[in-house]
Design a protein around this ligand. Structure first.
Ligand SMILES: [Zn+2]
Length: 410
């Protein structure tokens, strides 16, 4: 899996340095299983995942997966308050720079239409959405009454026409071929039109660590900063309208930093030279160092477990993917996996089927075992639930959790 073959998504240079190996164990069949090297471009300083996965492999994996998806929970159109605030902020930013309420605007990757709805509330009336998921398209149509089409970024037909504004909010961090994505946006924009970009801000990862190395995962493969947004767009002759950092709350109620940029297309303009992003090196180093310190503490806790004890790993997600690749868990065969999210139940990791958390009692009624809670947000309620259920049997298993590891490094 570790082929060092990805060009810099921002400047296309092939010169790069390895910052850290990122190891994770994903669902069986995932094309990115195993991990990748996190690298930094030697020409512009951009930080990205050096993976050999192709867009086609990723697309077909997700298409296959979505056949089994429980459509009632993944996308019901119900955004929580934090999400609504985040989308309203983005709409307000756009509205502060786009005066014409009749401007034709495209939200590329519109999900359930949350941002389209906020734009509509601000008076914009010429809105179009695109999303690769048929479930999202349907939900967005109902929620916004806008034109919403099912296309992937790379399959938008010419007939859709030109736009005054194209929005890519939390899309570019997922895209393998960023250059091609920007070419497509460029073709969609009318002369003088604006693109709005928003991604997680890599310059701020170290400020709030949600889990060690969490930002380097199987989904986020590009790590943008204010300067890398500029490098991406100004070199193509775009003009900077507004670039900055914004903070919003995520489901866990923690802060999350995003970098945003509005750039105007100027036909015939001369591109500006690339500037190396020195700041990002320091910021990423701090994040990797702090994360590795956490992993050291975590691994001390795991190594204290008896070698032959049965393990229940409770919580399936990016954090457990990393735990499963740690030395102490990598070669164990007596691990069972549990999760309360129906989307994950039934999926398979290293041959083990993910069971619902309710099955824990059934699986270990007569056996001594250790629970590793790999959900940081839900650790306390999961722990309480296990203590109550097994307490009734007169036996409480050893429970290992890591939320304190996270707190101690703040
Ligand atoms: Zn580069």
């Amino acid at each position: 899996m570790k082929a060092n073959n990805r060009l810099c998504p921002v400047c296309s240079s092939e010169k790069k340095a390895v910052l850290a190996p990122i190891e994770f164990t994903l669902f069986d069949g995932h094309p990115m299983n195993g991990g990748y090297d996190l690298v930094q471009c030697a020409n512009c300083g951009f930080v990205f995942a050096d993976t050999s996965v192709t867009q086609q492999q990723l697309d077909s994996y997700y298409t296959e997966l979505s056949k089994y998806e429980d459509k009632t929970i993944s996308t019901g159109g119900g955004y929580d308050q934090n999400d609504r605030d985040r989308l309203r902020d983005a709409a307000l930013l756009l509205s502060s720079k786009i005066d014409d309420k009749g401007a034709r605007m495209l939200d590329l990757g519109c999900a359930n239409g949350g941002l389209l709805r906020e734009l509509k509330n601000l008076g914009f009336e010429n809105l179009v959405g695109i999303d690769p998921s048929s479930v999202c398209v349907e939900a967005a149509r109902i929620a916004t009454k806008c034109d919403v089409f099912q296309y992937s970024l790379f399959s938008i037909p010419k007939e859709i026409g030109k736009f005054d504004v194209v929005i890519l909010s939390h899309v570019l961090e997922h895209v393998l071929d960023v250059g091609r994505a920007i070419d497509i946006i460029d073709n969609l924009l009318s002369d003088g039109g604006c693109v709005y970009l928003e991604c997680p801000n890599a310059a701020c990862y170290y400020q709030v660590i949600h889990a060690p190395l969490q930002e380097f995962n199987s989904e986020h493969i590009n790590h943008f900063s204010e300067l890398s947004f500029r490098n991406l767009m100004l070199v193509r002759g775009y003009e900077e309208v507004l670039v900055g950092d914004k903070v919003f709350k995520i489901a866990s109620n923690q802060d999350y930093h995003a970098v945003y940029g509005i750039f105007r297309k100027c036909e015939g303009a001369i591109g500006q030279p690339i500037i190396f992003d020195h700041e990002i090196s320091k910021a990423i180093q701090r994040y990797v160092q702090a994360s590795n310190n956490m992993f050291t503490e975590i691994s001390e806790q795991l190594e204290a477990m008896p070698e032959d004890v049965a393990i229940a790993l409770y919580g399936v997600g990016q954090f457990s993917f990393k735990l499963l690749s740690m030395k102490t868990l990598k070669n164990r065969s007596n691990i069972k996996l549990f999760d309360n999210n129906k989307v994950n139940v039934g999926k398979v990791i290293r041959g083990a089927v993910v069971l619902h958390g309710d099955k824990l009692l059934e699986e270990y009624r007569k056996e001594s075992f250790t629970v590793i809670i790999s959900s940081l947000i839900h650790e306390a309620p999961i722990r309480r639930n296990i203590e109550i259920k097994f307490g009734e049997l007169g036996y409480i298993p050893t429970i290992i959790g890591f939320s304190k590891v996270l707190e101690s490094t703040d």
